[in-house]
Ligand binder design. Sequence first.
Ligand code: ADP
Length: 541
Amino acid sequence: MKGLMQDYQLSLDTIFRRAEQFYPDKTVHTGGPAPITLTYGEWADRTRRLGGVLDTLGISADGRVATFAWNSGRHLELYFAAPCTGRVLHTLNIRLFPDQVVYIANHAEDEVVFVDRSLLGLFLPLLERLPQVRHVVVMDDLPAGAPGAEVPDDPRFHDYEELLAAAAPVEFHVEDENQAAAMCYTSGTTGNPKGVVYSHRSTWLHSIGVLTNSGIGLAETDTVMPVVPMFHANAWGLAHAAPMAGASLVFPGPDMSPAGILKLLQEQEVTLSAGVPTIWQGLLPLLDGVELPKLRRIPCGGSAVPEALSEAFRLKLGRPILQAWGMTETSPVATASHVPTRSKGLPEEEQAHLRARAGLSLPGVEVRIVEPGSITPLPWDDEATGELQVRGAWIAAEYYRPDDGAQLNTEDGWMKTGDVAAIDQYGSVRIVDRTKDLVKSGGEWISSVELENLLMAHPAVKEAAVIGVPHPRWDERPLACIVLQEGSTATGEDILDYLRPLVAKWWLPDAVEFIDEVPKTSVGKFSKKDLRTRFANYHLK
Ligand code: ADP
């Protein structure tokens, strides 16, 4: 028997209209050198006008509308104006190497790029290599008269505010929930960037997932600050979920410094703020004696969240970090780690161990682990480890025109993540490592994530990254690359002595190298690729 319910289209214009009609007084604040606060009512009017601008510029019916921008209220206008007029928002990662930006923009066939004036100097040298870009719209995020790159005297260039002032607001209507709403390329930590194309439906359902308490638990009462860039997997869904819930938004603009972020957390009374671990690691030294009583939730993911970091936040602010796992390909939030009711009475230390896991899949997403290279499921006993695979309402089925024909899904419809994980009897995922980052020693695996987790709990260690280096007998052995806390004098032997009782003997790194800084990727993750290159010819003594 068939259900007899309406076939209602889950499209982003329905989220837009909620914010416009139900929450016109809620605010969107952008920080930085030219701070500005708009109400959702004003934002909605501007977003409708921006839809008119896209028509005036002659952007094709499903044309790609690119952004090269910080997190800002204007970026949020683009987040809705593009998809709600049938176009496809394409957020370019401003921190990629120029060749990669050029590759991505050409691959996506971007027709127009909206650029922050503070980023114009970075963007201008790329333009002549982007033959399909017909318009560049400059969004002035600097104070009047502030120095910055000159806008060229070129008919392709326009001023955002002038276009908006001249445009008429348009009606939003999206025919089909399965049409593309936005696209985002993987940040390329492990290879060439690949395009992921989100539909209206997947984005809508992911937003609901973010609102659930099993997900991020974002609510109308929140003031949400996505520190995670809007070009990193749609700011993890926060920029869609906040207008859906009616939560106010705060964007850092171009000031991503720890001091700038702390100032916004305090002044704007932010209640929920998300970013990769390096963001929170950077903030930690500033938190002594600071109280952030309003901040109730700190979602963090994108790479392993060290237990020591989460605990440091709990001890300093009274709130631990909420770990979530996901990928650009999973919209991105796929699992989140909450301490379940049955574990609430456990000692804090054990609860911290639970929070250090990736946690349960959100409603709408399923997980399994399989033997590498197969589709044979492995048991959920927290012992067996295998490739993590996912399926669900906001999981990518395939990449956008992959150059290498890469198959993202298995023959039975699960997405291959390239992560290695274990799952416990209750379904809680523990990420062991990325397949590419595992240290392969004598045919066995050593988890770099687990070693880093332990190393970062050492009081003298500021950052730790473990990579495999070539070894004549064992194939690879772990090398610990350590950044010491300022003023610390710990030696390699001290670090190894500390690790010795905590890990199996054969897991102990063969050497410790002290470095000034762990190289970071374009989205602020530890770049193991760069470290491996640096230590490619490392000779273990
Ligand atoms: P890229 O693969 O280019 O870095 P993504 O941001 O999509 O781009 O990265 C997804 C990857 O980040 C995952 O496959 C996983 O390896 C890692 N990751 C994300 N969240 C976590 C987490 N909570 N713990 C461990 N690793 C994580």
